[in-house]
Design a protein around this ligand. Structure first.
Ligand SMILES: [Zn+2]
Length: 223
């Protein structure tokens, strides 16, 4: 299976060659040299928002990689980002330990968007971090309505669209009403990009209703 995948990738690379997004050299989305000199990916935190992130969206390499992954479905972009995240994982591991984080929860795409794209990037980030940090991934919420492509919406429009949360629990709380069904007290909520924070905060509000006291948030990038 791995051999078939490799052969298909070789054919794809021959038909659609990749060029480095930084220096334009043919071969891969980010050549080895530009990868080494790309000095970023250090874990950063915005305390007021309980938000951790690895890149500023203004970082052109991070932005290009995220866009190639999300909008051009290029999984090699995600592999490059995973490699660059490796050195900062021990800092995240330490953070998880001191804040007693019990599970990782992805902010899911709407099912229609998921079908269009064929993958959910927040779920993939959550699964990667779950493996690396040895934490379970809990799919607690689902998105009941599509909120449009973030890049196509004005900031105020985005915030307005989140006033009525598009998220609900995957299974209703089993006891104690809206606040009593979730045994998790501290979780790390995952999305790919923080633009206004409206999406991930709406998801956090929904999870808070389950009784989770501490919702920390992690995104690859912050706008
Ligand atoms: Zn390069």
């Amino acid at each position: 299976m791995r051999l078939v995948k490799r052969i298909l990738q070789t054919i794809k690379d021959a038909v659609f060659p990749r060029f480095c997004i930084q220096c334009n050299k043919e071969g891969s989305l980010l050549c080895d040299e530009c990868f080494v000199f790309w000095q970023s990916g250090k874990l950063q935190i915005v305390d007021d928002d309980r938000h951790l992130y690895s890149w500023q969206y203004a970082d052109s390499i991070a932005r290009e990689l995220i866009c190639s992954w999300k909008y051009h479905y290029d999984q090699s972009a995600w592999k490059i980002m995973q490699a660059k995240l490796q050195p900062s994982l021990s800092a995240l591991q330490h953070f998880v330990h001191i804040h007693s984080i019990e599970a990782i929860v992805p902010v899911p795409l709407h099912s229609i968007r998921m079908c269009e794209r064929g993958f959910d990037q927040a779920v993939m980030i959550a699964e990667f971090l779950g493996r690396e940090l040895d934490l379970p991934v809990a799919n607690l919420i689902k998105r009941n309505r599509s909120t449009g492509h973030q890049t196509e919406r004005e900031t105020q429009d985005r915030i307005e669209s989140m006033k009525k949360s598009p998220f609900t629990f995957i299974s209703p709380p089993s006891q104690g009403g809206a606040g009593g069904g979730c045994p998790l007290t501290s979780i790390l909520l995952i999305d790919d990009v923080w633009t206004t924070g409206a999406t991930i905060n709406a998801a956090a509000d929904t999870i808070n209703e389950l009784g989770t006291n501490l919702v920390w948030k992690y995104t690859l990038a912050k706008g």
